[in-house]
Design a protein around this ligand. Structure first.
Ligand code: FES
Ligand SMILES: [Fe+2]
Length: 354
């Protein structure tokens, strides 16, 4: 029936399939059929009558018409061509043109979980899907922390260029001059750490003026110590933590003061295919959390900055895809090089599974 078959997916893809990816924002899903392309596969998403998200292969097994072109009636998807009917598990429950339901009429279903205002989908072997493996968002239920609405950007670039960028604290000095740039973002040495599922690049920058994006947000004025913390978790999530103290109070081996400002930016990167990426993001922060103006300011400031990234990374994708001469790596690429090596080993190991 709706079992998982490795033959049913593209064996040549460079994607890790046994992983949770963000398919959509919660508010996008309804009782209407909608199609999303994820890791090169077309996925049908909708909510059933219990408001639970459902994900099916978006292709009827008869002539591969996208099921998203059909209709949803009482939790059953009716194909828009000859009426084959499928329930939320992918089982065929009706075949109006046949005297009985063909035994090979089924569509693949995908595990889905709704968490953190997002719909997460498992693209690999359903037997391996465990909701406990979804990235934990620390303090998510703590009412003392604020959440931005976040957003989504469609980027015409390979997803690993986004991951490279999210492991590169130096680009802010050029790409985000009016928001995240500050003294030290060019030349303070980076620390690299390998984590269980990825890579962390970080550095404390001491005794500087805060960058424009944060200047109005901090609970203190004057010079600051700033931590840039860029972590990537395989296959394609990045968490950037921005930490600010008054100058002289920050550092790796000290206890940070109570008025330390913390902003955690979650970047949830979903490959659409080799040339396109859907980029979901939101932020979580510990100061001025009841202030709607600040919440909006944070959200729109981030959106503007990520648009700056998008423009650069789309051009990088084009440039790297059409090289007329060799490219080189710089010292600032230490994080992305290690991350790409790790992820590539994970993908190879997954492909080697029986
Ligand atoms: S294409 Fe769906 S029933 Fe024919
Ligand atoms: Fe950026």
């Amino acid at each position: 029936m709706a079992g998982y078959s490795r033959q049913s997916i593209n064996q040549e893809s460079e994607f890790l399939e046994n992983a949770w990816y963000v398919a959509a924002q919660s508010h996008e899903l309804s009782g209407q059929l909608a199609s999303y392309r994820i890791l090169g596969d077309d996925i049908l998403l909708y909510r059933d009558s219990n408001d639970l998200p459902v994900a099916l292969e978006d292709a009827c097994p008869h002539r591969k018409l996208p099921l998203s072109m059909g209709t949803l009636i009482d939790d059953v998807v009716h194909c828009g061509y000859h009426g084959l009917q499928f329930d939320g598990s992918g089982k065929c429950v009706g075949a109006p043109t046949q005297c009985k339901i063909p035994s090979n009429a089924w569509v693949r279903s995908y595990p889905v979980v709704e968490r953190y205002r997002l719909i997460w989908i498992w693209m690999g072997d359903p037997e391996l899907a465990d909701a406990a493996d979804i990235l934990p968002v620390a303090d998510y239920d703590d009412p003392d922390w604020g959440l931005t609405d976040g957003g989504v950007l469609e980027c015409s670039c390979h997803y690993l260029y986004l991951l490279d960028n999210l492991l590169d604290p130096s680009h802010v000095a050029w790409v985000h001059q009016s928001s995240f740039a500050s003294a030290g973002t060019v030349d303070v040495p980076l620390e690299l750490q390998e984590t269980a599922q990825g890579v962390l690049v970080s550095r404390w920058i001491k005794d500087i003026d805060p960058p424009p994006y944060y200047a109005d947000m901090l609970p203190f004025s004057g010079k600051v110590d700033r931590l840039q913390y860029y972590e990537a978790v395989a296959p394609s999530i990045a968490v950037n933590m921005s930490t600010y103290t008054r100058a002289g109070l920050g550092g790796n081996d000290v206890e940070l003061p109570a008025d330390t400002y913390r902003m955690r930016s979650y970047h949830l990167i979903t490959p659409v295919d080799e040339n396109t990426t859907r980029y979901h993001w939101f932020q979580h922060y510990n100061c001025n959390t009841d202030d709607e103006v600040i919440r909006e300011q944070l959200n729109e400031g981030a959106r503007g900055a990520f648009e700056e990234d998008r423009l650069v990374l789309e051009a990088v994708h084009r440039g790297m895809g059409d090289k007329r001469s060799p490219n080189l790596d710089l010292q600032l690429d230490i994080g992305s090089r290690l991350f790409r090596r790790k992820l590539s080993a994970m993908i190879k190991a997954e492909k080697a599974l029986p």
